[in-house]
Design a protein around this ligand. Structure first.
Ligand SMILES: Cc1cc2nc3c(=O)[nH]c(=O)nc-3n(C[C@H](O)[C@H](O)[C@H](O)COP(=O)(O)OP(=O)(O)OC[C@H]3O[C@@H](n4cnc5c(N)ncnc54)[C@H](O)[C@@H]3O)c2cc1C
Length: 305
């Protein structure tokens, strides 16, 4: 827990990225979790995933963007990616973060930018997933998503919920009334006990409860986890309730539990891999290290070699 907190704290210190990036070895280690710095590298990674029977989601890494010009560059990148998906016939949608589009500068700016992406995606028959960030942004993200969803269809734009937040079951019931396509994950940020379950068991129990509500809703949702216990609970519940394998999808992160990814795809489940890429890999990479102490030893061992 202490290590996780420390790494998540470090993930917020963008300045350290410059330091870390100076070590070319450190940068090479990131390739385990990040498809590359360029769009071409992400396209190549997704082509490979598609060949292995997995769909994907492009995630251009950047968050808490602080200038209007930078948000514009993010929009341009996503418009380019959506065009590339259509031209190449890749089986992929896109995931966006609202702070990447200016949520901390001005929520209206983030709304206008996100709306441009969803409008373009809809014109191409694609889908945009709005990622969920730290709890300071939860309500603003839900509010903005609801505005988008009021204008666009169920299969045009979706949202994410995190089982570590106390509020999530209420949010899910509220979002299902619209209805909305939801990705369920455990949550990756450092949250205080006032808003999030501090114990892993409570996060997992809530994950299973929310998963059951989602799968029973008749809407197509994403069950995002690498945890075999959460996957087994999902498979068991779907079998018990007679929910078809193609009525939902599992989702995992690039480079994590590839064995499990391939196993699920072989077993006939839908599997989508979230493919992060871009120059701003530092916070994402540090959150992945925080999730699993073994990853830190992997990095340290390689740095010391
Ligand atoms: C497709 C996808 C999208 C996501 N989107 C969001 C989002 O929008 N907002 C958000 O807050 N979080 C998001 N997350 C991250 C998520 O909240 C968790 O932090 C992350 O998935 C780890 O939780 P877990 O369910 O895998 O279970 P855990 O209990 O953390 O891990 C279970 C097991 O999975 C394996 N594992 C997990 N993480 C790693 C790792 N880093 N390296 C190696 N093995 C690992 C290990 O075997 C571990 O024992 C997303 C995750 C996925 C898969």
């Amino acid at each position: 827990m202490v290590i996780r907190s420390a790494l998540i704290y470090l993930s917020r210190q963008e300045g350290l990225k410059e330091f870390a990036a100076r070590f070319s070895l450190f940068k090479r280690l990131t390739t385990r979790f990040i498809a590359g710095e360029s769009t071409d590298e992400a396209v190549a990674a997704i082509r490979d995933l598609n060949a292995r029977g997995c769909s994907a989601s492009f995630d251009h890494l950047n968050e808490a963007v602080g200038s209007v010009a930078e948000t514009e560059a993010e929009v341009v990148e996503y418009l380019d990616v959506l065009a590339r998906i259509e031209q190449t016939g890749l089986d992929s949608n896109v995931s966006i973060k609202l702070t990447q589009f200016g949520l901390v500068i001005d929520p209206e700016l983030a709304y206008r930018n996100a709306r441009r992406i969803v409008t373009d995606a809809v014109g191409r028959g694609n889908f945009v997933r709005v990622d969920m960030e730290g709890s300071h942004a939860t309500q603003a993200t839900i509010d903005l998503f609801k505005r988008l969803r009021a204008e666009f269809g169920l299969n045009d734009v979706g949202i994410v919920v995190q089982s570590y937040l106390y509020r999530t079951m209420d949010d899910v019931r509220d979002l299902l009334k619209i209805p909305a396509r939801i990705r369920l994950c455990k949550g990756a940020y450092l949250e205080p006990p006032e808003v999030a379950f501090p114990e892993k068991k409570a996060v997992d129990d809530n994950y299973v409860r929310v998963m059951q509500v989602l799968l029973s809703s008749g809407v197509y949702h994403g069950i995002a986890t690498h945890d075999p216990k959460m996957i087994d609970a999902t498979v068991d519940f779907a079998q018990r309730e007679g929910i078809a394998r193609d009525a939902f999808e599992f989702q995992m992160l690039y480079g994590i539990r590839r064995d499990l990814q391939e196993q699920l795809a072989r077993d006939g489940y839908r599997l989508r891999v979230y493919v992060p890429y871009g120059k701003h890999w530092y916070p994402y990479f540090m959150r992945r290290l925080a999730e699993r102490p073994a990853n830190i030893w992997f990095v340290l061992k390689n740095l010391l070699k």
